[in-house]
Design a binder for this molecule. Sequence first.
Ligand SMILES: Nc1ncnc2c1ncn2[C@@H]1O[C@H](COP(=O)(O)OP(=O)(O)OP(=O)(O)O)[C@@H](O)[C@H]1O
Ligand SMILES: [Mg+2]
Length: 361
Amino acid sequence: MSDIFKMLVALTYNVKKEEEKVRKIDTSISKYINESILINYPERIDDTYAEWDSMETIEAIKNALEEYNNNVVLIEADENAYIKIRNTKPNIVFNVAEGFYGASRESQIPSILEMLNIPYTGSDSITIGICHDKSRCKEILSYYRIPNPDFLIVNGKFENQVKKFPKFVKPLHEGSSKGIYNSSVVNNEIELKREVERIKEIYKQPALIEDFIKGKEFTVAMLGNGENVKVLPIIEINLDEVPSDFNKIYSYEVKWFFDTRENKLDIFKCPAEVDDVTYKAIEKVAIETFQKLRLRDWARIDIRLDVNNIPNVIEVNPLPGILPDPEDNSCFPKAARVAGMNYNQMINAVLEEAKKRYNLI
Ligand SMILES: Nc1ncnc2c1ncn2[C@@H]1O[C@H](COP(=O)(O)OP(=O)(O)OP(=O)(O)O)[C@@H](O)[C@H]1O
Ligand SMILES: [Mg+2]
């Protein structure tokens, strides 16, 4: 096909820099981390850039878009992004940028694109911003009676506000399991205080204290829009693979220390091995969440079953991680593969959803 029919797609991203990967361990973090991890994985302790992509992922997305007859320009989502996008004038943007600073950092590229009236993949700046603030997201879910763990936000003194344990403590606005360690499950007031302090000291933000939902965990990859959104095969997180002396959560330790290319955990079951009723209940909650939050094109929703087997939404990812190498356990590409889509088809399926929304096909 001649160049005339090629779309100009800009790929907006943030990338982990080599020099940042080898940064010295921040001593304030190390005092909170299990000693064996400090000794065995010193280079992975610092989670500052955990949300950002590697150049390998960016190149894989670029190749996928090129394979489907697009011209692709890479635009790093840094302080010059606005000018670069304005000068490039792409027909559409494939956005995976997690952003630099602030709780609403994932909204910044979508906002720029809205201002410049340029079509782009994924959710708009409002929805992305809301999902990145876990409590704002939960407030909307609760309004629509979509089950999610009861919660409390603390940013200072919180004496006697928490009566029942165990609880789960996490930063209010992070992703990629940043700040979520084995110690996030707390069984008493002392552990709780230590975690709130850790989040304040290291992540400089309020802590979200939630009921601990201890049943099976799933993650649901979705593609599409509104009434036509599709659920890809549900992944069950096989928490039996978590070492026995660790809590059954999909923590930073599990994702980045215990499950490595050299030492792979059998952490995903896909499709999930649950009875039909439970499988359908999970799909229903995921679809409702997608629609009520007005997610667009793609998303991944984390869910756990409570003691009554009711699927509770743990967290919503409008920009799901998409590591290209099947050896790296990455949920969205895994679910796509089980649905019969390879990596390049998956990327282009997201682009097609966006093009349909903007009537570009
Ligand atoms: N309230 C809770 N009850 C039980 N487990 C929880 C709860 N909240 C989080 N978890 C556990 O911690 C993990 C990470 O939490 P969460 O998904 O909120 O973090 P994240 O950093 O946003 O994740 P992602 O890497 O998917 O972006 C979950 O996969 C789950 O295992
Ligand atoms: Mg999650």
